[in-house]
Design a protein around this ligand. Structure first.
Ligand SMILES: *Cc1c(COP(=O)(O)O)cnc(C)c1O
Length: 483
């Protein structure tokens, strides 16, 4: 072999630019058990199976065995009856996509299928609507950020193929009234999917720890499928989620075979065909290592951390908890002395990554925190960082977007904008700076995001979508050799 550069050293160097995935200070995107040995096991299992192909379970029987064991663990956790089945997918979005696809294809008699969604349902359902032509019918939520089950029932009609509930919702961390929603769906003979992507591995333990949890598992009559992401609170490496169905008959439309070509007969249970065995093996290793008792302790730690953050936030007058959390997710809002976008930047500058959520449906923007077990020993530090970040944000004052710019953005029709318009807008918004040396795609990302987020926040949702799509298009440009 010719002399090769030390590519692993190069990777490590590049990774320094990324958010830390361990350490308990990244409160979105990553979930940290704080157990270095478990992380090591997960990583080594991913590496050991990186080349294995989940396409054919007869060729890689160990992958089939791991999948069935993992689904069995999830089925026990979620009170699934005998006869329940499941599939390991690549993530929450794929689980949601398949739940919607399966529901649609179970009703070939419905020409224009629709699904009923609380407006707090994850955006993955809108993606599924877009991909599969299933019209979303959204139901508003009340002051407690939960839908009224009567309104859900009223929204069901002859075109409804699926009713959705969250356990909990991502943005506000509250569990929908699943028993009444599932009953309404069952009364109309419609499938009911519970999206427990983020809470499914925590809430059962919360209940066992004696916390009040609205019933939402397969113990609830009428719940036909549940999604739960193992790459969130099962603390597994990225790339897995479990989609469970109450019966194999309910799952059947999800399975796909094609013999309509001269090659192997394609036989798939997910959107992917060839799929790395790595994420499944990594998840199996982590779940096997932690086991039920391990997860009970990690849930207790994460929930204790949440309680302490909630108590601490109560002592910061400019901050308010938007709604009491049912699980490990918090949404915080500020008073008028400061804004969440500046607060986000201040926290990031102090080594705490939190996620801003835009204003929506008349509600102020919020700060999202997904709290992990690894954050428990750091809660005092987090509260200190919140306190000093709030002070800095108050000193800076809320970001103001120039009223002329607001008027300009409000008047724009995203559907009518050209590429050149977007280039101008992206530059004016500060989303893209002049091309920086050596930066992929030639775009420089701003250090502080408050001004950009404040501008996006005044834009209507359709404009936000269009601007960010244009932004992503500009980011994703190949790095080519000069010629
Ligand atoms: C994270 C999440 C999803 C989407 O999952 P991905 O793994 O990001 O694709 C769907 N629903 C809820 C409630 C989630 O929290």
């Amino acid at each position: 072999m010719p002399e090769t550069p030390d590519v692993l050293a190069l990777l490590r160097e590049r990774q320094e630019a990324d958010l830390p995935v361990h350490g308990g200070r990244t409160l979105a995107y990553v979930y940290d058990s704080g157990l270095a040995e478990v992380d090591r096991l997960g990583r080594e299992a991913v590496a050991a199976y990186a080349g294995s192909n989940g396409l054919d379970p007869t060729a890689f029987p160990s992958l089939l065995q791991m999948e069935n064991e993992l689904v069995g663990f999830a089925a026990d956790l979620l009170d699934a009856p005998q006869g329940a089945v499941g599939t390991v997918t690549s993530g929450g979005t794929e689980s949601v996509l398949l739940a919607v696809q399966g529901a649609r294809d179970s009703r070939p008699d419905v020409a224009r299928p629709s699904m009923v969604l609380p407006e707090t349902a994850h955006a993955a359902f809108h993606k599924a609507a877009h991909y599969f032509g299933v019209r979303p019918v959204t139901v508003p939520v009340g002051a407690d950020f939960r839908p009224d089950p009567a309104a859900v029932a009223d929204a069901i009609d002859d075109t409804t193929v699926l009713v959705v509930a969250s356990a909990p919702s991502y943005a506000h961390g509250v569990v929908d009234p699943v028993p009444a929603i599932a009953a309404a769906a069952a009364a109309r003979g419609v499938r009911c999917h519970v999206d427990a992507c983020i809470g499914g591995w925590v809430l059962p333990y919360a209940a066992r720890l004696g916390r009040p949890v609205t019933p939402w598992t397969f113990a609830v009559e009428g719940v036909t499928s549940i999604s739960v992401d193992t790459h969130k609170y099962a603390y597994a490496p990225k790339g897995t989620s479990v989609l469970l169905h109450r019966s194999s008959a309910l799952r059947r439309p999800q399975l796909f075979a094609s013999a309509a070509w001269p090659g192997y007969t394609m036989l798939n249970s997910t959107l992917q065909s060839t799929k790395s065995g790595g994420p499944l093996a990594g998840t199996w290793a982590v779940v096997t290592a932690l086991g039920d008792q391990g997860y009970l302790r990690l849930a207790a730690d994460a929930l204790e951390a949440v309680d302490r953050v909630v108590a601490g936030v109560g002592a910061i007058p400019q901050l308010r908890l938007v709604v009491a959390p049912d699980s490990t997710l918090l949404a915080l809002a500020t008073d008028e002395s400061c804004d969440v976008f500046t607060l986000t930047d201040e926290l990031v500058a102090r080594g705490w990554y939190v996620q801003p959520q835009m204003s929506w449906g008349g509600n102020a923007p919020t700060l999202h925190l997904s709290v992990s077990a690894a954050t428990l020993p750091l809660v005092d530090e987090l509260l200190e960082a919140l306190t000093s970040s709030v002070a800095a944000a108050v000193a800076a004052g809320p970001v103001r977007v120039d009223p002329d710019v607001v008027a300009f953005v409000e008047a724009l029709d995203p559907a009518a904008l050209t590429d050149a318009d977007f280039d101008g807008l992206l530059a004016a918004s500060g989303l893209v700076g002049p091309a920086a040396e050596g930066v992929s795609g030639g775009l420089a990302l701003p250090e502080r995001m408050a001004e950009v987020n404040a501008l996006l926040d005044v834009a209507a949702p359709a404009m936000r979508e269009a601007l960010l799509v244009a932004f992503l298009d500009r980011l994703a440009r190949p790095v080519r050799e000069p010629r």
